[in-house]
Design a protein around this ligand. Structure first.
Ligand code: ADP
Length: 256
C-alpha cells in the first residue's frame, strides 16, 4: 500500500509539472508553427527554402503531438465515464488494432457470453488498450499473437462488500517478455527501455492512472522469453444496459 501511495503521489507531482510545462510549451509552439506557415507562403518559388520550412513545420507538429500526450497525461482533460457494452466496443477496437499493428501481429479476441457493462471514459479506455497493444507489438518485432480476453467475475469489493462484480480485460503477447528489473518499473512515469524518440515512458503510467481513477486495478506478469500478460480489472455496472440495437431504434416522433 505504501508503495502504491508513493507511486500515486509521484505520479501526481510529475503530472502537475509536465502539465504546466506542456501548456506553456504548447503556447510557444503555436507561435513557431504560425510563423513558419507565414514564411512558407512568402517563399513561393524557392524550392530549397520551401523544403527546409516544410521539414521544420513537420518537426514542430511532432512536438505538438508530444505535448498533446503530456497534457492528456497530466489529466487536464477530466474523465467522462459512460456505460460501455463490450459486445459492441471490442469489434471496433479490433478493427482499429488490425490497421495500427500491421500484418505481422495476429489478434485473438475472446469475450464471455454474458458480460456486464462497465462505466468508463470511452476515449481513455480505448487509448489505454491501444497503449497496451502497441507495447505488445513493440515486444514482438518478428510478429506474434496479441490476445484480448474479457471475462466477468464475482469477487468482494475492496471494502469487503459481498456481491460485487468485476470485468477482467486480459491483454497477452507472445513477445520478448521483461526481466524482473524492468517489470518492477513499468508503471513509473518516464521509464522506458526504448531508444530515444521511440518511447516516452508515459504509456503505462497513463494506463495506470486511468485504471485507478476508474475504480479498477492493473497487474502484470512477465518473464524473459515468455511473453507478457496485463490484467485490467474494472468494476461492472449493476445492470446490463439496453442492447445497442434497441437503443438505436427511434420512435417515429423523435425528430433528431
Ligand atoms: P514506452 O512504451 O514509451 O517505453 P511505457 O510506459 O508504455 O512507455 O512502457 C515502459 C516500458 O515497459 C517499455 O519501454 C518496455 O520496456 C516495457 N514494456 C511495456 N509493455 C511491454 C510488453 N508488452 N512486453 C515487453 N516489455 C514491455
Amino acid at each position: 500500500l505504501e508503495l502504491s501511495l508513493q507511486h500515486a503521489s509521484k505520479l501526481e507531482a510529475v503530472g502537475r509539472l509536465t502539465g504546466g510545462i506542456a501548456h506553456d510549451f504548447n503556447n510557444m509552439l503555436s507561435i513557431v508553427i504560425g510563423n513558419l506557415d507565414l514564411a512558407r507562403g512568402a517563399l513561393e518559388g524557392n524550392e530549397k527554402a520551401l523544403r527546409r520550412i516544410e521539414s521544420a513545420i513537420e518537426g514542430a507538429h511532432r512536438c505538438a503531438e508530444l505535448t498533446g500526450r503530456l497534457l492528456a497525461f497530466s489529466r487536464r482533460s477530466p474523465l467522462q465515464p459512460r456505460a460501455l457494452d463490450f459486445a459492441s466496443f471490442i469489434p471496433g477496437l479490433v478493427k482499429l488494432l488490425v490497421r495500427t499493428l500491421g500484418e505481422r501481429i495476429t489478434i485473438a479476441a475472446e469475450l464471455d457470453g454474458e458480460l456486464p457493462d462497465i462505466c468508463v471514459d470511452h476515449a481513455q479506455f480505448e487509448a489505454a488498450l491501444i497503449n497496451l497493444a502497441v507495447n505488445a507489438r513493440d515486444a514482438m518485432p518478428e510478429g506474434g499473437t496479441l490476445g484480448i480476453r474479457v471475462r466477468g467475475r464475482d469477487a468482494p469489493a475492496p471494502d469487503g462488500a459481498e456481491g460485487a462484480r468485476w470485468v477482467d480485460i486480459t491483454v497477452t503477447d507472445t513477445g520478448t517478455g521483461m526481466s524482473p528489473a524492468v517489470l518492477a518499473r513499468v508503471f513509473e512515469p518516464f521509464f522506458t527501455t526504448k531508444e530515444a524518440g521511440k518511447g516516452t515512458g508515459l504509456g503505462l503510467s497513463m494506463v495506470y492512472g486511468f485504471v485507478q481513477q476508474s475504480g479498477g486495478t492493473i497487474t502484470v506478469d512477465s518473464s524473459p522469453g515468455q511473453g507478457t500478460r496485463f490484467v485490467v480489472t474494472l468494476p461492472a455496472l449493476a445492470r446490463k444496459s439496453v442492447p445497442s440495437e434497441a437503443a438505436g431504434q427511434r420512435a417515429p416522433f423523435d425528430a433528431a
